[in-house]
Design a protein around this ligand. Structure first.
Ligand code: ATP
Ligand code: MG
Length: 351
């Protein structure tokens, strides 16, 4: 049995971290259903192309899904209309000009998944379906931009207040090592709840007074790890986050199937996601790459048939300062002071 392990260390500079913007963060939080257009203008396969022209003109749209008895069967766009016009074939039915391989997005997915599809393909709009594949809306890049701006405005004030109240929670706690551990169980194929762990973790960090940039980086890293558990594992797995004053440690563990070649898996664009998963908008092979951009240290260990462990560290600069100060303090103590201190520590300990 082969066992793979890869480790990459890279301390993220503030400049790089700056690229991971609040808007990117929101694209993981806001769902497709929050921004999509629900009132979808739909064409039918037996409609004439000339009727499509009327539909587009009346509602000032440039494309529409084609549905037959509620089933999504294709998509028709202005380009198809132009082809029919050129050929003087406007009496032809939609079924002759529509493209029947339709890429869709799920209503309950975060908008980042729709954005991924928009960047990978050249489509201008995506039909939105529910968990049963029923057409429930349509989404364009414009819908996403408007939705993200709205979310940006409304979440800001609310979170700012909460963050203030809960900030510096660790400040008044004295211990040799204070940490807060958050655990989440992630079920395989549970797309509906995908993103739950990552948004809970991010919110917790903000309320603990973490810098928004740090919370954002953790949120993205955990989201991608969470989706990998949902998509690629047999039984799902667990996510554990340990928050300490000087670092945040995040871990995603599962018991299979494991990864044959971890170096290959780390390469951007490499994905083993099957066709039906790609149709859902996943499987661009960018998840691990996204994680790498967000964390200071990443280690991926996997044994085929046994499982995978993804470890991620983010170091907090305040913690780094504190550690340095403590080091200096210890260096400048005299022998006598050290002895006094250790006897004091001993007598105050548990016996
Ligand atoms: N927990 C895991 N168990 C088994 N295989 C995994 C696991 N995590 C990642 N992989 C493998 O690593 C590959 C790359 O993962 P990565 O997250 O970068 O891309 P992806 O999940 O395929 O696509 P995307 O994240 O862009 O939707 C996956 O396609 C899969 O083969
Ligand atoms: Mg992934």
């Amino acid at each position: 049995m082969k066992s793979g392990k890869t480790r990459r260390e890279r301390v993220i500079t503030d400049e790089v971290a700056g690229y991971i913007t609040r808007v990117e963060e929101l694209s993981y939080e806001v769902k497709v259903q929050d921004v999509m257009t629900r009132d979808v203008k739909v064409a039918t396969p037996d409609m004439r192309m000339v009727e499509v022209l009327e539909l587009f003109r009346e509602f000032r749209i440039s494309g529409a899904p084609v549905a037959s008895k509620g089933e999504l069967v294709g998509i028709i766009s202005i380009e198809d209309l132009i082809r029919a016009l050129r050929g003087g074939d406007m009496a032809a039915p939609v079924s002759e000009y529509m493209s029947s391989s339709v890429i869709t997005v799920k209503a309950f997915h975060p908008v980042v998944e729709a954005l991924k599809v928009f960047t990978q393909t050249r489509v201008g709009r995506l039909p939105v379906v529910d968990e049963f594949g029923k057409l429930v809306g349509i989404i364009t890049k414009g819908d996403i931009t408007r939705g993200l701006l709205r979310a940006l405005q409304s979440t800001y004030q609310e979170e700012e207040l909460r963050r203030y109240r809960a900030s510096h929670l660790f400040d008044d706690i004295v211990s040799d090592r204070t940490s807060l551990i958050l655990r989440y169980t992630v079920k395989a194929r549970d797309f509906v709840r995908g993103g739950r762990a990552s948004s809970s973790i991010k919110r917790a960090l903000l309320r603990l007074g973490a810098h928004p940039q740090i919370a954002r980086r953790c949120g993205i890293a955990v989201y991608e790890a969470e989706m990998n558990l949902i998509i690629h594992t047999t039984n799902g797995g667990t996510i554990r986050v340990e928050i300490e004053p000087h670092q945040i440690y995040m871990e995603a563990v599962d018991d299979g199937p494991g990864i044959e070649n971890v170096d290959l898996a780390m390469q951007p664009g490499y994905s083993t996601a099957p066709e039906e998963i790609r149709e859902l908008g996943f499987g661009a092979g960018m998840g691990l790459r996204n994680i790498q951009r967000c964390v200071d240290e990443l280690s991926l260990e996997s044994t085929p048939g046994v499982g995978t462990r993804l470890k991620m560290h983010i170091y907090l600069s305040e913690g780094r300062e504190q550690l340095r100060e403590r080091g200096d303090e210890i260096k400048s103590m005299t022998r006598q002071e050290m002895k006094q201190r250790s006897s004091r520590d001993d007598s105050s300990g548990d016996h």
